[in-house]
Unconditional design. Structure first.
Length: 327
């Protein structure tokens, strides 16, 4: 039953992507129906399973030597992540099977530099952490925000800024000023994410201020929230900025009401590769990312997926993260 449900949802995603391609082509933006989407500002997204323009690089022996021996002996870099984050981060290509997106490309870069063969996997969000805990996978690369709570169990090597966006229907006329603007509104979010943590905290603050509660709606599939926004079943969706930028630019149905750090007002949050704490892998991953940044390889992935607002100039190990709830 679960497999059938997943298949239907993946089919919906393929249909949505095909519709997006048709819309952009019909709008005269130069997009081609099928495996490529071109936005009005000229950004091209490759949705094909072949990914012929994926950025690859060579092994760096000095960095690869720092990979734990057991992983070197195996010769593979097993990476998990969500398949439902949505374009351009991590999603299924037009064949409805192949995992593609910026997070897959970053995983390939790290694997290449470490001299390993990438094995990308997909699981529900919370299950990805379980896979790290059990040692089933080496890393979790899927728009993972560094948080103080997660740092207790995982090591992190950063590679992008974490910005989130409030995406709303294009014809809505309400304005976001601060958390109080969301009082009484139905706002979608993904369960177990840092966006959920922020939204819950804002709701608690609003109620303490005597304001109506935020009606929080949970979505795990990008296609579900796409449909909820287009049908006005929700007033907005709080999620990763790159996904909101992609969807608003290609669908024509939505707009971005505001962008914020993934840690709210606390600090500028960062996205990172998550590894099991203390297993020795994070140093090699960190150095691989820094090598890619220093040599311009990283920027090519950023440009390929339209992530210029997410750029970092250095990878950091376990930087300050989103504070624990209530801290």
């Amino acid at each position: 039953m679960g497999s059938a449900r997943t298949g239907r949802r993946h089919g919906i995603l393929a249909a949505v992507l095909a519709t997006v391609a048709l819309v952009t082509a019909a709008c005269g933006s130069g997009g081609e129906v099928g495996n490529e989407v071109r936005t009005a500002d000229g950004q091209v997204f490759d949705l094909s399973p072949e990914q012929s323009t994926r950025v690859r690089t060579d092994k760096v022996d000095a960095i690869a030597a720092k990979v734990p021996q057991a992983i070197r002996d195996r010769g593979t870099f097993v990476v998990t992540g969500s398949a439902t984050t949505g374009p351009p981060l991590r999603f299924h290509a037009t064949d409805d099977r192949t995992l593609v997106g910026s997070e897959i490309d970053f995983a390939y870069l790290v694997a290449d530099i470490l001299g390993l063969r990438l094995e990308p996997l997909a699981a529900d969000w919370s299950q990805n952490f379980v896979k790290i805990d059990s040692g089933e996978v080496d890393a979790f690369i899927s728009n993972v925000t560094v948080t103080e709570e997660r740092k207790e169990k995982y090591d992190f090597a950063t590679y992008r800024l974490d910005n989130i966006a409030l995406e709303v229907p294009k014809d809505d006329d309400w304005t976001y000023t601060d958390r109080k603007s969301l009082a009484g509104k139905r706002i979608g979010v993904g369960s177990g994410t840092n966006q959920e943590q922020l939204l819950v905290e804002w709701n608690e603050s609003n109620i303490a201020d005597g304001l109506p509660a935020i009606d929080i709606a949970y979505y795990q599939q990008a296609t579900d929230y796409y449909l909820a926004l287009s049908s006005h079943r929700i007033d907005g969706y709080l999620g990763p900025n790159p996904v909101a930028v992609y969807h608003s630019a290609t669908s024509g149905d939505t707009k971005i009401a505001t962008t914020l750090s993934g840690a709210g007002d606390a600090l500028q949050a960062e996205i990172a590769v998550a590894t099991k704490k203390g297993n020795g892998l994070v140093t090699a991953v960190h150095e691989a990312l820094q090598y890619a940044i220093d040599n311009g390889i990283y920027q090519r992935v950023i440009d390929r997926w339209g992530l210029r607002s997410e750029v970092v100039t250095q990878s950091r190990i376990n930087p300050p993260g989103l504070p624990k709830p209530g801290a």
